[in-house]
Design a binder for this molecule. Structure first.
Ligand code: A2H
Length: 231
C-alpha cells in the first residue's frame, strides 16, 4: 500500500421495494448497496452488482436519510468522512451475508436497464472498498469472467439456485420423516421462491415467479401438454 489513500467513488445502488424478509426491518427507508469503483466513467455499462456470498455485511444508518449495505470496515471508515453523520459511529440496523443480497433488484444511476440484480462473485476482498462491486463486463475482465462463469457453468450457478437444498443443509435435516424441521424448511423455501423469486431460466426469465405461474400454466394448457383438474 502506498502512502496516498485510494480514492473510490461509491455508487448508490438503491434496493427496490418490496424488501425480502431479511431486510424487512428496513422497509420505508432508502436502502442502497454501496459499490466502490475506481472507474465512475464506466457506469453506463453496468449490468449487475457483485456480492461475496459468504461475506459479512451490515445495513448501516449512514446519515438521516440513507441506509448503506457494506462491510463494517467500510462503514467505520465512512463515518469519518464528509457524507456521513460525523463523528458518530454508524448504527448497524441488521447483519447480513452476501447470500441475503443475491437476487436483490437494484436501481443504479446511469445503468441502462431500469433494474439490475445482485449476483455472486467469489473473488471479492472484504478488506478493500465496501465489499460491494458494480459490474461492467464490457470493460472489466474480472466482471466479464464472473458473469461468464455464472452463464456457462451450471454447477456453479446451481449452488445459488437450489433453495431447497440450501435450507435442508442449513437446518441439518436427516430424512423425509424429519417432519418438524421439514415444515420450517418448506415455509422458508416456498416463501422465498414464490413470494420473492425471479425466474432464472426459460421463456419468462427475469419475470417475477408470481407472474410466471399463470403464464406458464396457460402456455402448457394451450400447447395441450397439461389440463386443469379440480377435486
Ligand atoms: B472497478 P483496486 Cl469498468 N474486491 O469498478 C475485489 N474487487 C473490488 C473490490 C473488492 N472488495 N472493490 C472494488 N473492486 C473492483 C469498475 C471497473 C473497475 C472497471 C474497470 C476496472 C476496474 C467496474 N467493476 O478496476 O484494487 C472495482 O472494479 C480496475 C482495478 O482498489 C474497482 O473499480 O485498485 C476496483 O476493483 C478497485 O481495485
Amino acid at each position: 500500500e502506498g502512502v496516498q489513500p485510494q480514492e473510490y467513488t461509491i455508487i448508490k445502488m438503491e434496493v427496490v421495494a418490496p424488501f425480502p424478509a431479511k431486510l424487512g426491518v428496513l422497509e420505508g427507508r432508502k436502502v442502497f448497496l454501496a459499490a466502490a469503483t475506481l472507474r465512475p466513467e464506466t457506469m453506463c455499462g453496468q449490468t449487475n452488482a457483485w456480492v461475496l456470498p459468504n461475506g459479512k455485511y451490515g445495513a448501516f444508518e449512514i446519515n438521516d436519510t440513507d441506509v448503506f449495505v457494506l462491510t463494517q470496515r467500510a462503514a467505520l471508515n465512512l463515518a469519518y468522512q464528509e457524507y456521513s453523520r460525523v463523528p458518530e459511529k454508524p448504527t448497524c440496523l441488521v447483519d447480513l451475508t452476501g447470500y441475503d443480497l443475491i437476487g436483490l433488484p437494484l436501481k443504479s444511476p446511469l445503468a441502462l436497464n431500469q433494474i439490475i440484480y445482485a449476483l455472486p462473485m467469489l473473488t471479492i476482498l472484504t478488506d478493500k472498498g465496501t465489499g460491494i462491486v458494480t459490474s461492467v463486463p464490457s470493460d472489466a475482465p474480472d466482471d466479464f469472467m464472473a458473469l461468464h462463469d455464472l452463464k456457462l457453468k451450471p454447477a456453479f450457478r446451481s449452488k445459488y439456485d437450489k433453495a431447497a437444498e440450501k435450507v435442508c443443509v442449513d437446518l441439518k435435516i436427516k430424512s423425509q420423516n424429519d417432519r418438524e424441521k421439514l415444515a420450517e424448511a418448506k415455509r422458508l423455501t416456498y416463501l422465498k421462491g414464490f413470494t420473492e423469486g425471479t425466474m432464472l431460466v426459460g421463456e419468462f426469465n427475469g419475470r417475477k415467479v408470481q407472474e410466471a405461474k399463470a403464464l406458464l400454466r396457460s402456455k402448457l394448457i394451450e400447447a395441450g401438454d397439461a389440463i386443469m383438474y379440480s377435486e
